[in-house]
Design a protein around this ligand. Structure first.
Ligand code: AMP
Length: 395
């Protein structure tokens, strides 16, 4: 398999699938993290003496052009970040796109208009993919967030570059971080799974149960486990149709000798509101008219001890309703413990929309070994699934 580092792009035109799905308000990009994240791959190709064609989706257009989903502002922004000439073309396929690709000089960049202005992108259409590939010598995929979709630009296009396809730096880093946790974890290894529902994470939990030494389950989903154990959980969130799922998970953990840890105390609230009356009780004493919205202080201490003695840590899903200030502490303290463990030499990987948002909100992103950019793609990879966008390069 070719890698971006060992490939010489001199005299080559490379098409890169990037993730430029950035927030734009009134034509202004309000967060350019994803654009800046793509720069190392773009610069490597340009510095080698190659030319770069960029393709991405933006938002959810309905299959035709829509001004508010145009990538044009991204081209303008990119020109502020790179000294090289940036061109933009108002379609990603067809004669205009081909002409722009043909005219493109080495050392220059061409950004194609939003891929999803054509419904063929998400349909994984072969003719559309061929059109994207036309005039190009190399295909680079650097958009991990869409790697779980067999779209034209993420998967189907790869077949037109049987000997010249590779991952970009971002995607290489992302895969290396996840493979480290899944296949190469230094012991003791720990997975911390939280969030609202166990139903959305059953497969992740099951796959991780054969890969880690310890698993912590926190957040709303823990109450389905407590109810399955016969405990009174008051008005806490519960999935009654998944009590059996919870029992099976506990059974599997026991069978495999994996320590499964649940909260031991709870911060309870009279209602789902930041203005609610609250109290802290042991997990066995949640009042019938209250709901657990965060882990309690004893749990924070218990989890901190486990985290700080782990060498590999994966975290997905908050420990409580961290969006409300009153119920943020559990998630904050867990994030801090992971940051400390990382400082002390552990490898940590945080992924999933809410845990990443929490880490960013607490300004801890630079204290975690790797913060994953791909929510859905990361979960599927962690479930042990083969992602089409990854398989298309590796095959
Ligand atoms: P998920 O998308 O499954 O990772 O769930 C994230 C959501 O779970 C966040 O919006 C949290 O507010 C929510 N959550 C975490 N703990 C609880 C809890 N104890 N009760 C209700 N919701 C929770």
């Amino acid at each position: 398999m070719k890698t971006i580092d060992t490939y010489n792009f001199n005299g080559q035109k490379a098409i890169i699938r990037v993730d430029f799905n950035v927030p734009i308000k009134d034509g202004i990009i309000t967060d350019d993290t994803r654009i800046r994240a793509a720069l190392p791959t773009i610069q490597k190709i340009l510095n080698d003496g190659g030319a770069v064609v960029l393709m991405s989706h933006l938002g959810r257009p309905k299959g035709g052009p829509e001004e508010k989903y145009s990538l044009k502002p991204v081209a303008v922004h990119l020109q502020k970040l790179l000294p090289n000439k940036i061109h933009f073309v108002e379609d990603c396929i067809g004669p205009k796109a081909l002409e722009a690709k043909t005219r493109l000089n080495f050392g220059e960049v061409l950004l194609l208009e939003n891929l999803r202005f054509h419904k063929e992108e998400e349909a994984g259409d072969e003719m559309f993919s061929r059109d994207l590939a036309s005039g190009m010598d190399v295909y680079v995929n650097d958009a991990f967030g869409t790697a779980h979709r067999a779209h034209a630009s993420t998967t189907i296009i790869a077949q037109f570059f049987p000997n010249n396809k590779m991952f970009g730096y971002l995607m290489e880093k992302e895969l290396a971080a996840m493979d480290k946790v899944l296949h190469n974890a230094e012991s003791p290894s720990l997975a911390i799974i939280g969030g609202a529902k166990v139903s959305s994470k059953i497969e992740v939990i099951e796959n991780l149960l054969s890969r880690v030494d310890t698993m912590i389950i926190g957040g709303g989903m823990a109450f389905t486990f407590f109810k399955a154990m016969g405990k009174n959980i008051g008005k806490s969130l519960v999935e009654d149709d998944h009590l059996e799922t919870a029992r099976k998970i506990m059974h599997k953990a026991k069978e495999r000798g994996i320590e499964l840890l649940l909260p031991i105390d709870s911060l309870n609230a009279s209602e789902f509101s930041n203005d609610a009356q609250t109290n802290i009780t042991n997990i066995d004493n949640i009042p019938s008219d209250m709901m657990g919205l965060d882990i309690g202080p004893k749990t924070i201490d218990l989890f901190d001890n486990i985290i700080r003695s782990s060498k590999t840590i994966l975290w997905n899903g908050p420990m409580g309703v961290f969006e409300m200030e009153k119920f943020m502490k559990g998630t904050l303290e867990i994030a801090k413990s992971i940051a400390k463990a990382t400082e002390e030499g552990a490898f940590s990987l945080v992924g999933g929309g809410d845990s990443v948002a929490a880490v960013n909100q607490f300004n801890l992103e630079n204290k975690i070994s790797y913060v994953s950019t791909g929510g859905g793609a990361m979960l599927e990879y962690m479930e042990g699934k083969v992602l089409p966008g990854v398989a298309a390069i590796r095959s």
